[in-house]
Write a protein that binds this ligand. Structure first.
Ligand code: ARG
Length: 461
């Protein structure tokens, strides 16, 4: 028969409508094994406090092992009448250990401290998995960068041609934010590694149970400092949601570029057949669906964060049932990222770049104008004048429908006495790239160093 955890003071059972609203096993069941792990640790502190005999502890742990096996195999499942994962598992424990022993485990704990602990346990594991998948994407980008050490492309600002850059430099510009996302998960874990178990409903336990022992048992660095905070706050969950949303946004920025680069007009990349899709009506189509889904799912990941933050806003201390709404947003983020990241990594590692077309376009749109100005500065011309002179070169070229390097020596001299033929050394993509050799710049030597640094950082995680 279904067991309620709170029947005593009620004359009748819950209405159908309440039960349907209140029920959470359809999403919190994924925490079942963490709940059982928590129960093992809790049984041990009950024993340490003298509330379970040696034999009772042994029998309790055996029953929990059987329950764990049955949960894993699917032999034990929540019933519709089980309010939540904790309710279902208490029923399962009592079925296996008997109601006398099984009924002892709930002493000194509450679903409030349990659920706050389980969510942290679960998210700490998932953050590691997701971090690893992010590194796979970073790896794919690094490999593509390494495979194209000299390829140039038009660097853009405002989506307009700005200055030539190395393709490798551009690809690495997507690596660093991803590595920061991994760092954010690692840094987040410092705050997530505090166990609320032992906080009870809100005020702590009167039974002499040691929260630090439970925390250590469950792999936490320690217990929370404050039982009210431990049961009522969800900032740690929200921070996980932020990092996940930020990661989605970082992926979507590259996704957007792939979508644009994959158009006929750009023609910068070709997608592998295994990582693109067709159309049901247009036989010629090959669509960048992974990139589009990445872009779309970024919205969903942000929505999960926004929904959670909105739930938390204005909640008084301590536990409120609103907090049950904390789980689905982060579970959705975990599920979304664990399917998205491998597909994204596969798409990146199988991209083919049309480096010839990219290089051809790199100097077009007068993207070497800054190089003329900076060359003049190196000749001692004030930048204000140099900027004017380079601008005049662009105007002349635009009028005549030619590019900067088409200007003759006579044209150059007519525009400014400072424009000697020596300026031609920067009127090539190679010259322009080579000249940007300050740390972090796009010069091939600097990008090679940057690539090494990224590899080293990735290897160190
Ligand atoms: N299922 C709840 C949650 O996810 C935990 C139960 C707390 N319920 C209660 N009535 N105090 O937050």
């Amino acid at each position: 028969a279904p067991v309620s955890l709170w029947g005593g003071r009620f004359a009748g059972g819950p209405s159908q409508a309440l039960a349907a609203l209140s029920q959470s096993t359809h999403f919190d069941w994924r925490l079942a094994q963490h709940d059982i792990e928590g129960s093992r640790a809790h049984a041990r502190v009950l024993h340490s406090a003298g509330l379970l005999s040696e034999d009772e502890l042994t029998a309790m742990l055996e029953a929990l092992d059987v329950l764990s096996t049955d949960v894993a195999s699917g032999d034990f499942l929540p019933l519709l009448a089980d309010e939540d994962v904790h309710t279902a598992l208490e029923r399962g424990l009592i079925e296996r250990a008997g109601s006398e022993l099984g009924g002892k485990l709930r002493a000194g704990r509450s679903r409030n401290d349990q659920i706050a602990t389980l969510v942290r346990m679960y998210l700490r594991e998932e953050a590691k998995v997701i971090g690893g998948l992010v590194l796979d994407v970073a790896d794919a980008l690094v490999e593509q960068a390494a495979a194209h050490p000299d390829a140039a492309m038009p660097g853009r600002t405002h989506l307009q041609h700005a200055q030539p850059v190395l393709l490798a430099h551009h690809l690495l510009a997507h690596v660093w934010p991803l590595l920061r996302d991994v760092d954010r998960f690692i840094d987040w874990d410092v705050r997530a590694a505090r166990s609320p178990y032992g906080s009870g409903a809100l005020a702590g336990s009167s039974l002499g149970l040691d929260p630090e022992a439970v925390a250590a048992d469950l792999g936490f660095d320690g217990a929370v400092e404050n039982s009210i905070d431990g049961t009522a706050s969800r900032d740690v969950v929200a921070e996980f949601a932020f990092v996940s949303a930020m990661l989605g946004i970082d992926l979507s920025r590259f996704a957007e570029e792939i979508i644009v680069w994959n158009t006929k007009e750009f023609g910068f990349v070709r997608l592998d057949d295994a990582y693109s899709t067709g159309s049901s009506i247009m036989p010629q189509k090959k669509n960048p669906d992974i990139a589009e889904l990445a872009r779309g799912k970024a919205g969903r990941l942000v929505g999960d964060l926004t929904g959670l933050l909105t739930t938390l806003k204005g909640l008084p201390l301590a536990y409120n049932r609103d907090l049950q709404e904390d789980k689905e947003p982060v579970f959705d983020q975990v599920d979304t990222l664990t399917v998205l990241l491998p597909a994204f990594a596969g798409m990146v590692s199988t991209l083919t770049f049309d480096t010839q077309r990219m290089a051809e376009l790199a100097p077009q749109g007068f993207s070497l104008a800054t190089d003329i100005a900076e060359w003049l500065v190196r000749q001692g011309v004030p930048f204000r004048v140099a900027h004017e002179v380079a601008g005049a070169c662009v105007r002349v070229c635009e009028d005549r429908g030619i590019e900067l390097w088409d200007l003759s020596d006579a044209d150059l001299a007519e525009i400014s006495e400072h424009l000697t033929p020596g300026v031609r050394e920067v009127l090539t993509v190679e010259g322009s790239l080579r000249s940007r050799d300050a740390a972090g710049g796009t010069a091939p030597v600097r990008v090679a160093e940057q690539l090494e640094a990224a590899k080293v950082q990735i290897a160190e995680y």
